[in-house]
Design a protein around this ligand. Structure first.
Ligand SMILES: Nc1ncnc2c1ncn2[C@@H]1O[C@H](COP(=O)(O)OP(=O)(O)OP(=O)(O)O)[C@@H](O)[C@H]1O
Ligand SMILES: [Mg+2]
Length: 250
């Protein structure tokens, strides 16, 4: 089982868009995939037309009184399941704080799913918190969308340093540029240079494309409703890079 997490401390950078499209592509590759929408805002659940509700809320899951497996829903796509968001996830930090070894809690909640899923995606809310720490410990590969500015690269360096300080398991990090505007010279120059200079940058970048915004109208992955679009092709290339990086085959 490979665990991917879309993560950035910043909001609105394309974490959920990536989690939704890449999980769809992973399932299309024949993997058994679960996406856990960890954001109380429930954007990924909305995009998969699933009610953002978990019986007993985040508390029941974190405390283990309700198994994670029991909360899972099927999506409209073969091989792709969703663990929905719940508004109580806004308190996940507090709940984790009262758990034993909070930074390991998410990983241990996912362990029983090993037999059922090949790939798990964790779609994180924008924060740096106990929850995100627990996500970083559970994930094998962090996918970090960045808007191409010099400051965003600093954010990535801070994240990499933070992860390097972990004892034991450290996730691999793959950053990618998100919402690239080809008309902005700064965007194109940063996006052209960094993937060459640094191995933690994917060579695929996702453009600022209106078809991606339309996901919330269609309530579907762009890779499903516009499979021949530039956006779908870019997510396809990103998935190839990410899955190869994580050592997933076919
Ligand atoms: N490449 C893109 N081009 C154009 N619009 C995009 C792109 N990626 C995401 N968007 C749009 O930008 C908004 C934010 O995207 P998304 O929800 O994926 O970001 P996020 O990082 O998950 O945000 P949050 O931090 O709130 O969870 C959404 O309305 C989405 O449709
Ligand atoms: Mg999001």
């Amino acid at each position: 089982m490979r665990i991917f997490a879309t993560y950035n401390i910043k909001g609105g950078v394309g974490k959920t868009a990536a989690a939704v499209n890449l999980s769809h592509l992973a399932a299309r590759d024949g993997h058994r995939v679960l996406l856990w929408d960890l954001d109380p805002q429930g954007a990924a659940s909305f995009l998969f037309r699933i009610k953002p509700r978990v019986k007993g809320g985040g508390k029941a899951l974190i405390r283990g009184t309700r198994s994670v497996g029991a909360a899972i829903k099927g999506t409209d796509y073969d091989g792709l399941d969703l663990l929905p968001a719940d508004f109580t996830y806004r308190n996940l930090d507090l709940l984790l704080d009262s758990a034993k070894r909070p930074e390991r809690r998410l990983a241990s909640l996912l362990t029983p799913l090993k037999a059922e899923y090949d790939v798990i995606f964790l779609d994180c809310p924008p924060s740096i918190s106990l929850l995100s720490e627990s996500v970083l410990h559970a994930a094998g590969l962090l996918l970090v969308p960045l808007i191409p500015t010099t400051l965003s690269v600093r954010t990535l360096d801070q994240l990499t340093e933070f992860v390097a300080g972990f004892a034991g398991h450290r996730p691999d990090v793959l950053a990618f540029f998100s919402m690239i505007d080809r008309r902005k010279r700064l965007h194109t120059s940063i996006a052209a240079e960094l993937p060459v200079a640094r191995s933690d940058f994917a060579s695929t970048a996702i453009g600022a494309l209106s078809v991606i915004e339309q996901m919330s109208v269609h309530r579907a992955p762009v890779t499903a409703f516009a499979p021949r679009s530039v956006a779908a092709r870019q997510y396809g290339e990103l998935w190839q890079e990410a899955s190869a990086r994580a050592g997933l085959t076919g």
